[in-house]
Design a protein around this ligand. Structure first.
Ligand SMILES: NC(=O)c1ccc[n+]([C@@H]2O[C@H](COP(=O)([O-])OP(=O)(O)OC[C@H]3O[C@@H](n4cnc5c(N)ncnc54)[C@H](O)[C@@H]3O)[C@@H](O)[C@H]2O)c1
Ligand SMILES: O=C(O)[C@H](O)[C@H](O)COP(=O)(O)O
Length: 375
């Protein structure tokens, strides 16, 4: 059995070799001839998986080591009898930590406290619900918008997007890209919404570039009303608008989910799904794959202020390390994907043991996802 895996999937060669012969290939573009004798294909979001890629090929199963699935025509896969699995939630923690780093940097730059702001979360799934829990642990007021969940009658208080537009100081988007239907999200942020947005708002997009009309956002950032934008995703990728990059406060190359843990979970989730599909079910504990973190333990004295939290989280991950290189290389062919392919190892907050002398601090840090303890 031949299994094609995207070369940007850590641990994939090692794991899938347990099940067959593995070939690692680039995902954008995927070499067509490698598909001619492939039984299974493991991709990331840069590979469009559809009839034109796979018709007439022997591929029986497709796995995507990603949360988003808008690059996969799953209806066609089902009609062609091809098995499919994604990796829901694999990198949700990484995205939350990206958003926290970004917001605390802006708080420091603009002289505000996050806990004095209202954060509107649009899309309250794996990312949005974890973000909400961590913001609540910090005492930040949140407003949630998730029409599909509201319509299903899920527990919780869900609001229409317009209430968030009117009341939230920060709007952060974590929806799938839905091109049509009752819950369409394509250009959910358009010129009209940007015009209704009061001054001095922060807008974060770490879901899919097309959820925000990038031309309209550039116009808004060029206008007289103060607006701050953080963009991890662009319309289009990899050829983002250099003018827009110049105007955003933080801009990165679609790496919000790129913690080592997040990418490894993506690989193990599709590995487990595929091993099940072929009748050889196997589970892989994440700890069996991950190396020891660079910084494993710190001690923290006293109560937790936001500036102290900023310094602590930036021992693990500071989003500015990803903003600078994008500004350096944007516009040069191939460089966006190169930043993603040669991504410097990044860990999640849980990799850091924090020994605290203050019980309340230890408690909040635990709720935020650190491995904290009173010592
Ligand atoms: N930048 C990155 O690296 C990165 C990483 C992970 C995920 N993502 C993107 O972020 C998206 C969200 O990730 P997730 O893991 O939380 O996905 P998820 O599927 O767990 O959650 C998405 C939520 O959005 C809600 N939703 C759907 N349509 C909506 C609408 N019109 N308005 C408001 N809410 C709506 C859904 O009901 C669901 O609760 C993914 O689909 C993916 O495209 C990006
Ligand atoms: O949907 C996702 O999971 C993310 O957008 C994904 O991690 C992006 O990374 P890529 O798959 O493009 O490497």
């Amino acid at each position: 059995m031949k299994i094609l895996v995207d070369e940007n999937m850590p641990y994939a060669v090692e794991l899938f070799s347990r099940l067959g012969n593995v070939q690692a290939v680039p995902g954008r573009p995927i070499p067509q001839d490698a598909l001619n004798d492939a039984d299974a294909l493991m991709v990331r979001s840069v590979t469009k998986v559809n009839e034109s890629l796979l018709a007439g090929k022997p591929v029986k199963f497709v796995g995507t080591a990603t949360a988003g699935t808008d690059h996969v025509d799953d209806a066609w896969l089902a009609s062609a009898g091809i098995g499919f699995s994604a990796a829901p939630g694999c990198n949700a923690i990484a995205v939350v930590e990206y958003v926290f780093s970004s917001l605390l940097i802006l708080a420091q730059r603009d002289g505000f406290q996050l806990r004095d702001k209202t954060v509107g979360i649009i899309g309250v799934g794996n990312v949005g619900s974890r973000l909400n829990a961590r913001l609540e642990a910090l005492g930040v007021r949140t407003l949630l918008c998730d029409p599909p969940r509201a319509d299903r009658g899920d527990a919780g208080e869900f609001w229409p997007l317009e209430k968030l537009v009117a009341e939230a100081d920060i709007l952060t988007f974590h929806t799938p890209l839905n091109m049509s239907g009752p819950y369409a999200t394509h250009h959910l942020v358009d010129a009209g919404l940007l015009a209704r947005l009061p001054a001095d708002r922060i807008l974060v997009n770490a879901c899919r570039g097309e959820v925000v009309d990038n031309a309209a956002l550039l116009d808004a950032l060029d206008g007289s009303k103060k607006l701050t934008a953080v963009l991890d995703v662009w319309e289009p990728e990899p050829d983002l608008s250099l003018a827009l990059l110049d105007k955003v406060a933080i801009g990165t190359a679609h790496i919000a989910g790129y913690s080592l843990e997040g990418k490894a979970r993506g690989t193990t989730q599709v590995f487990e799904a595929f091993s099940q599909f072929i009748g050889q079910p196997q589970t892989v504990p994440l700890e069996s794959l991950l190396p020891a973190p660079e910084f494993a333990e710190v001690t923290l004295s006293g109560a937790l202020s936001e500036p102290k939290l900023l310094r602590l989280i930036h021992l693990v991950y500071d989003v500015r390390r990803d903003d600078r290189p994008l500004r350096r290389v944007a516009g040069k062919p191939g460089e966006f994907d190169k930043l993603r392919k040669f991504y410097e190892e990044r860990r999640e907050w849980s990799s850091l043991r924090v020994i605290c002398d203050d019980a309340a601090t230890a408690d909040v840090l635990k709720k935020l996802g650190f491995n904290s303890q009173l010592g």
